[in-house]
Design a protein around this ligand. Structure first.
Ligand code: SAH
Ligand code: SF4
Length: 423
């Protein structure tokens, strides 16, 4: 979501203020920090980045500093207290006003803040995307109503609000005209997507997207297991363009912890969804998110998480140590798990996941995979680089230019973070 917002900020500033992007921050007239506050580390990182930018601002007093995203929503005016040299604070819902806020800052207005909640208004202001690779991201909804006990997102991004299906499809068609072949439908809880006018669902949106002829692959993220209906299972059966991969965050394998997290499903319900998905797509690849060391997580709770990792046979996944977030119910829970124990558990969990991911990669050797070519390989510009259905990077050589194309690549080698192949 943040990457999507950052791309939109670039589009807006290029279209309205005639900015160009620079890799060299010392050349910048405006620096925008787009922030995430899901875990403590992210907000602390923002303040340390600001500390570095302060030195730059000392050398160049005309430099305008803007801070956006979820930390802005959480900290609001506090940002000016901790970092008084910041000019603008804006939120995830007001990023479309950045060009106007920037002009006010140029007119010497001090400490400009706009963190109002106007949710999907911003979509009406986004210019056509300035650049699109073969993979394009489209936000279909904003916010989240789930209020998981540990999570700050509903407080920083607001409650769920879906965009009109017609607006989303128009945006997708614009991206397709700019050569996008793979579309990622984005939102905090995309399963809850409902068109405000006709109640169309995520399943309907996927069907409509798949009808666009030049689209070759569709993905959606993030899905919530409590709202994974049979209509979505059916979509995996019917829509061949839907990638053979799903990211479905489980967070924990313990029912006791899932209840404390207020996730709204049990491990058995989660397993049932996977079972149904595997009935229609036997080799579907499944990734997930885990929170390790939730308050008072016992050894037994953790053992149940490890057990479900093996049972489901998750592929590459994200895992985090629980991070208390301000004003969430979990923040007030007593916690008898030490940080050392949490770190140990995270290492055990990540080792297990890495071993499973290695096995998946190894099993791909000798197979032919559909690869969407996104770039030249980082280490060798004569090689191409692309993504498989299960989202692995493949580097390979090809005699003709295949950039932007979906091609069939034979996998020859599995490296820790990528695959090698032959075209
Ligand atoms: N809406 C998605 C994910 C949003 S946040 C979902 O429900 O799954 C992305 C991930 O960050 C979460 O899946 C969770 O694993 C992690 N996360 C969120 N809050 C956290 C916290 N307080 N501490 C540690 N990890 C957290
Ligand atoms: Fe946060 Fe839960 Fe909403 Fe995901 S579903 S964004 S974890 S509140």
């Amino acid at each position: 979501m943040n990457e999507y917002d950052s791309a939109k900020i670039i589009d807006l500033l290029t279209a309205s203020c005639d900015f160009t992007e620079t890799e060299d921050v010392t050349q910048a007239d405006l620096v925008v920090l787009n922030t995430c506050s899901v875990r403590t580390k992210a907000s602390e990182k923002m303040f340390s980045d600001l500390g570095r930018l302060r030195l730059l601002k000392k050398k160049n007093p005309k430099l305008i500093l803007a801070v956006g995203g979820c930390v802005s929503m959480q900290e609001k005016k506090n940002i000016f207290c901790r970092a008084p040299y910041v000019n603008i604070v804006f939120g995830p819902q007001t990023l479309h006003r950045l060009p106007e806020l920037y002009k006010r800052a140029l007119n010497n207005e001090k400490h400009i803040i706009d963190t109002t909640s106007c949710q999907i208004e911003k979509f009406d202001y986004f210019p056509a995307p300035s650049k699109t690779g073969p993979i394009a991201y489209v936000s279909i909804m904003e916010g989240c109503n789930k209020f998981c006990s540990y999570c700050i997102v509903p407080f920083t991004r607001g409650i769920e609000k879906s965009r009109n299906i017609s607006d989303i499809l128009t945006e997708i068609k614009t991206l397709v005209a700019k050569e996008a072949k793979e579309i990622h439908l984005l939102g905090q809880n995309v399963n809850a997507y409902r068109d405000p006018n006709n109640n169309a669902t995520l399943a309907n949106l996927i069907q409509e997207t798949a009808k666009i002829p030049t689209i070759e692959r569709i993905r959606f993220t993030t899905s919530h297991p409590a709202e994974f209906g049979d209509d979505l299972i059916a979509i995996f059966k019917d829509v061949k363009k839907l990638a053979n991969h799903i990211h479905l965050p489980i967070q924990s394998g313990s029912n006791r912890i899932l209840k404390l997290m207020r996730r709204g499903y049990t491990r058995e319900e989660y397993q049932k969804i996977i079972e149904k998905l595997r009935e229609v797509r036997p080799d579907i690849n499944i990734s997930t998110d885990f929170i390790v060391g939730f308050p008072n997580e016992t050894e037994e709770d953790f053992a149940e998480t490890i057990e479900i990792i093996k049972q489901i046979n998750f592929d590459t996944s994200y895992s985090f140590i629980y991070s208390p977030r301000p004003n969430t119910p979990a923040e007030k829970m007593a916690d008898n798990v030490t940080l050392t124990e949490k770190k140990e558990r995270l290492a055990i969990l990540q080792n297990q996941l890495a071993a499973q991911a290695r096995k998946y990669s190894k099993n791909m050797i000798g197979t032919t995979q559909k690869v969407l070519v996104t770039d030249h390989a980082k280490k060798d510009s004569k090689q191409f680089s692309g993504r498989t259905e299960n989202n692995r990077v493949v580097n390979f050589t090809a005699k003709q230019d295949v950039l932007g194309k979906m091609v069939e690549v034979k996998i020859t080698e599995a490296l820790p973070n990528s695959l090698r192949g032959e075209f």
